[in-house]
Every structure is written in structure tokens, then in C-alpha cells.
Design a protein around this ligand. Structure first.
Ligand code: SD4
Length: 301
């Protein structure tokens, strides 16, 4: 095998197809740059798709009706990373994350600072709400009789309100991870989840492997899930075993986590793939091995 792309959820197919297309378009490029561009393009394709209600354009907004995007990218060679958090009005957020990595000395910009950076970098502000996401927000608002107190307890987010696209790319031992999301629907303004956090939502190290996560960010983050999986691969576990034992650890340490979806996909430095989830029957991913697409389930029937 020469190349492998992997991405989370049903729209992972859109991501791996776009990644593979970009990969094929630029054979003359340095392979690390080519892989980075392919993975970023895979994530951006999902951001642009208005049918995806949890990523980018058309993503469900926060409780004030504003779409706030989180995105990050990490390269496994020099451990370079870039991220944006709670950025409003610019797309694709994954391009901004890449620009933070390549054009600033920082790893992450958030909120207004990220928006100002986007403007300076030449991005046009745009409306990220679609008629459908606006309609759902109005519907949700009508169901809220009184403003809810923010509870420190873990509550279940509504179904369908959270699905990040995580994309991994592998070529000849080189790894890239990216993820991008509009985060939990109806979140508090300014809330940032695991997705743009290096070590929580994603991690990549050519010496060990790469992982990206999806699910309830508060749970994933408290376990530093992506780096936990990568460290397990560094310690000799297969990609599948690393994912499984990390999820098992979460469930053992905090059994309540079972009420939430927390999922991870991983590629080890040798190009082998794994995935696991706290609710495996509801989780799927797509792979593209040398151009051949395959759907994989966390739950074996
Ligand atoms: C977040 N982890 O903001 C993201 C949402 C997600 O599947 O991945 N959902 O918490």
C-alpha cells in the first residue's frame, strides 16, 4: 500500500474522496506537503457541504444562533500544528488552522483574534447559517421555555448535534491528522471542544501513529484521547488495540462516559488502521487505500 486516507462518519466518504483527488492532482509535490494538502482538502470538502449539519457551512449554531467553528491540523514529521477555536464567519476553518501553523509562531488562535487573522490572510467573511440550520435553531429555541442554568454535570447532547470530521493521511510512514467541526449544537458561545486541541481531538507523530476523535468533546478532552491512542501505538499496540484499550480505559475510569459517544480512528506508523467507540454500533468511518474506498464499522455484526 502506498497511501491511506481515513475519515469519520458517513461524510468521511466525502473527505477521503476529496483527499484522494487532491493527492492525485499533485504528483510532483514533495510527499509531506502533498499529504498535508490532501488531508486538509478532505476536511474542507466536508466543511463546504451544506448537508452536513455538524461541520462548517450549515453546521448547527451555538445557543445564540451563531456558527462557531473549531479546526486543527497536525503533521507527524516535525510535530507542527495549527488550530482555530470558536471562529465565526470564515470558511474553511481548516484552511485557517493550516495558515496558523504555516504563517504564525503560534499553535492556536480563537474567536475575534482568529477572525482578524482570517481577514488579514485575505479570507472573505461569509454567512455560515443555511436556511436549514436556521430553521433548526428556531425550532430548538421555541422548545426552550426558560433559560437553562449551566450545569457542571455531564448532560447528553441531543442526537445528531455533534459529528466532527476527523481525517487522517498516511504515505510511506508520513502522517497528517486534521479535524474540523461546528462543535456541539446549541453550545454556549465561546465553548471550544476537543477538536482543535492537540492531544485531545487529534495527534500525529511519524514515529508512532496518528489519531483523530469525534464525539462529546468534554469527555474526549478530559482523557486526552488522541494522544492516549498515539502513545499506546508507540508502546507497541496495534492501531486497533490502541483505540480499543483507550476507550475501555475511559469506560472503566468513568463509567458514565458510556452515555456519550466518544470515538477514535487511528493509523499506526506502519499504515495499519484501527477504530473504537463508546457506542460502537453508531460509529462508522471511511478508508481510501490507494484509491479504493471502504466503509468500516466500529461494531462487528
Ligand atoms: C466537539 N468533538 O466539539 C466535537 C464534536 C464532535 O462528533 O465530534 N462530534 O465536542
Amino acid at each position: 500500500m502506498q497511501t491511506l486516507f481515513a475519515a469519520t462518519w458517513w461524510f468521511g466518504q466525502i473527505a477521503v474522496e476529496a483527499a484522494q483527488r487532491r493527492w492525485q492532482e499533485s504528483p510532483e509535490r514533495d510527499s509531506a506537503l502533498r499529504l498535508l494538502e490532501a488531508v486538509v482538502e478532505g476536511a474542507a470538502a466536508v466543511e463546504r457541504d451544506p448537508q452536513v449539519l455538524s461541520v462548517g457551512y450549515g453546521g448547527l449554531p451555538n445557543r445564540d444562533g451563531e456558527v462557531e467553528l473549531d479546526a486543527a491540523v497536525m503533521e507527524g514529521g516535525r510535530l507542527r500544528a495549527g488550530a482555530v477555536g470558536a471562529v465565526r464567519g470564515f470558511l474553511p476553518a481548516i484552511y485557517l488552522a493550516r495558515a496558523v501553523m504555516e504563517r504564525t509562531p503560534h499553535l492556536m488562535l480563537v474567536g475575534d483574534g482568529a477572525a482578524r487573522f482570517a481577514l488579514c490572510a485575505g479570507y472573505e467573511p461569509q454567512q455560515l447559517l443555511t436556511p436549514e440550520s436556521l430553521r433548526r435553531w428556531h425550532e430548538w429555541r421555541q422548545q426552550q421555555t426558560a433559560p437553562k442554568e449551566v450545569s457542571p454535570e455531564r448532560g447528553s447532547p441531543p442526537a445528531e448535534s455533534h459529528d466532527t470530521v476527523g481525517v487522517l493521511g498516511w504515505n510511506a510512514g508520513h502522517l497528517v491528522a486534521a479535524c474540523t467541526t461546528s462543535g456541539l449544537a446549541w453550545k454556549l458561545p465561546g465553548r471550544v471542544g476537543d477538536s482543535p486541541i492537540v492531544g485531545a481531538g487529534l495527534y500525529a507523530d511519524n514515529e508512532a501513529g496518528a489519531a483523530v476523535c469525534t464525539g462529546v468533546g468534554e469527555e474526549i478532552w478530559r482523557f486526552a484521547l488522541a494522544s492516549r491512542v498515539v502513545e499506546a501505538m508507540r508502546n507497541g499496540y496495534s492501531a486497533q488495540r490502541a483505540c480499543q484499550q483507550s476507550i475501555e480505559f475511559m469506560l472503566r475510569r468513568l463509567p458514565d462516559v458510556a452515555a456519550h459517544q466518544c470515538a477514535v480512528i487511528a493509523i499506526r506508523a506502519d499504515g495499519t488502521f484501527g477504530l473504537a467507540a463508546t457506542q460502537p454500533e453508531k460509529f462508522e468511518a471511511f478508508l481510501c487505500r490507494d484509491g479504493v474506498i471502504e466503509r468500516v464499522r466500529a461494531h462487528q455484526e
